[in-house]
Design a protein around this ligand. Sequence first.
Ligand SMILES: [Zn+2]
Length: 325
Amino acid sequence: MCLPKAYGGFGLINLKLQNISLLIRWIWWLYKQPASLWTCIAKQLYAKRDHNIPPLAWNAQGSFFWNDIFNLRLYFQLSTKSVVTSGSNTLLWYDNWGGNIFAFYGFENSMLPCKNITLKRARSRLYSLFASPLTAVQAEKLALVSLLPNSSTPDTLFWRWRTDATYSASSLYKCLVSAGKISFHFLMLWKVKVPPSIRHFLVFLAHGRIMTQDQLQKRHINFAPRCHMCREQILETQFHLFCDCTFAKAIWCMLNVDRTVYSSILSALSALCSHQQSLHGIYIAVTLWGLWIERNNRVFRNQRRNIQGVHNWIVHEATLFLKYC
Ligand SMILES: [Zn+2]
């Protein structure tokens, strides 16, 4: 439900993730606004030992607010990338400077408790940082440090989720809320010229959440498999109801829709998104909706129309939607 509409969700705000996205701003300012009042106060309170070390190496224990922010530092580390020119303001262990996340991730067991060390300092005493012998892979990674540039220009921190490399809460929020989800051009479904109730139905259909018999069985509601449209003793699935059923196929044929369109639910929705502003796209949307309405009328109200009746209803509704939606 909280996924963005572009990812097939309803765009509701996930307040927890939104809060994280907004709080990360305070860490970003520590790096990007060194003269601001916030940075000066934080530095006085939490960087007493060394004002030149990067903020992520400052004292992690402080006020409730500081603790809350500091506990989110992993989100910051994952969202930023440091381009090293001198190594003076990039941390060896905690900053993302190696191209991928944390070049030295997995070294924790062998390193001495000298965690808050910058790349510049580490360069001169690299091998003394480790208590136990390094593996070949670790040694190879460590050799990277001596190959880094060594100029006097400060390192640059980039935001990874925007092309202009600057922080934005919305970019992090989108990244957090849609992580790992497959993007299908669902945004188009929200622009189809049909009433909102049908658009919501289409999004549910895209997610496979329409309560056909197979979905009900997953929820332990069992009854004899039967398609109420073609009356075959077959388990009703989304694919059968909207694509494979003889009733549905007859409707698609009468509407002169290409066979590839109803070869699968995804094909139908893709065709719908490609023609969402035209009568063809509206026909596809209304046909899917009309088949579902007809099915429900048969199951719950004991009302039924024949193929011609459903076809006439679809044509009538689609024409109205094109004109008024
Ligand atoms: Zn059927």
